[in-house]
Design a protein around this ligand. Structure first.
Ligand code: COA
Length: 257
């Protein structure tokens, strides 16, 4: 097991991935992102994994891309950066990801948190895109996902000033869905992940895909996608089971069929 990424589970359908480079505040280097990418490959193929929690430490979710690694790369090195493929892998993961964010989520750390489908923050969380302070800019979705999540004005302010926002502001802005005490963040995220893990897997997958389409499509196209996904579910055994269970006043037994 790679020690810069702790892999626990799946337990009750939930896989917990914990970033573990405490000496560098979980700065995302190629190796760690590669391990994350591999863990998600395995999770994608494992039907026992229904949802994934990504967490960091109490002090830092992740303090950005690894600056030392970045400093060693010239234009061609950045152009051919192997981390690009890892980011793409995280972005196309089909099962729900819940980020449990305590402490710093800066640069690539904020971008990684924004790859999650649900963000839970500890009261001590700080979100920011400080790349501008280094004479660079976000490169893993920071200018794109942040706008979609918090709106243009705040995204612009964060990306242009490099100043971070606290958890309360992140909640107001819609970047995170809940704020809790830092010692409860991971527990809270796991609780949500377990709830999701109990739902019908195909319905979960299509719901995630459909919600995501809202960012990529106009309303008419998005509604059409939703209608098609809704129709596809009519062919699943889990839909029948869900409807039967409700009418028989029992808990459904979903099988991913
Ligand atoms: N890449 C590589 N190493 C990093 C890092 C990063 N993004 N962020 C922090 N570290 C390292 C520091 O170099 C330091 O290592 P050292 O002990 O060997 O000197 C260690 O993590 C602890 O960081 P430190 O700066 O001493 O902690 P702090 O509590 O004083 O400050 C931050 C915390 C997050 C404010 C500060 O580390 C920081 O600004 N980091 C860079 C954030 C950033 O610009 N991210 C975007 C990168 S593109």
């Amino acid at each position: 097991m790679p020690n810069n990424l702790l892999v626990e589970g799946p337990e009750e359908g939930v896989l917990v991935l914990t970033l573990n480079r405490p000496d560098a505040l979980n700065a995302l280097n190629t190796e760690m992102l590669g391990n994350l990418s591999t863990a998600l490959d395995n999770a994608e193929a494992d039907p026992k994994v229904r949802s994934v929690v990504i967490a960091g430490s109490r002090k830092a979710f992740a303090a950005g891309a690894d600056i030392n690694e970045m400093a060693a790369r010239n234009l061609v090195g950045i152009f051919e950066d192997p981390r690009i493929a890892h980011w793409e892998r995280i972005g196309r993961f089909t099962k729900p990801i819940i980020a449990a964010v305590n402490g710093f989520a800066l640069g690539g750390g904020c971008e990684l948190a924004m790859h999650a489908d649900i963000l839970i923050a500890g009261e001590n969380a700080r979100f920011g895109q400080p790349e501008i302070n280094l004479g660079i800019m976000p490169g893993a979705g920071g200018t794109q996902r942040l706008v979609r999540k918090v709106g243009e004005s705040l995204a612009m302010q964060m990306a242009l000033t490099g100043e971070s926002i606290d958890a309360k502001r992140a909640l107001q802005a819609g970047l995170v869905s809940e704020v809790c005490q830092p010692e409860l963040t991971v527990e809270k995220a796991i609780g949500i992940a377990r709830t999701v893990a109990r739902k019908a897997p195909i319905a979960v997958r299509l719901t995630k895909e459909s919600v995501r389409k809202a960012n990529d499509m106009n309303l008419a196209e998005g509604l059409r996608f939703e209608r098609h996904a809704f129709t596809v579910l009519a062919g699943t055994a889990d839909r029948q089971e869900g409807l039967d269970a409700f009418r028989e006043k029992r808990k459904p037994q979903f099988k991913g069929q």
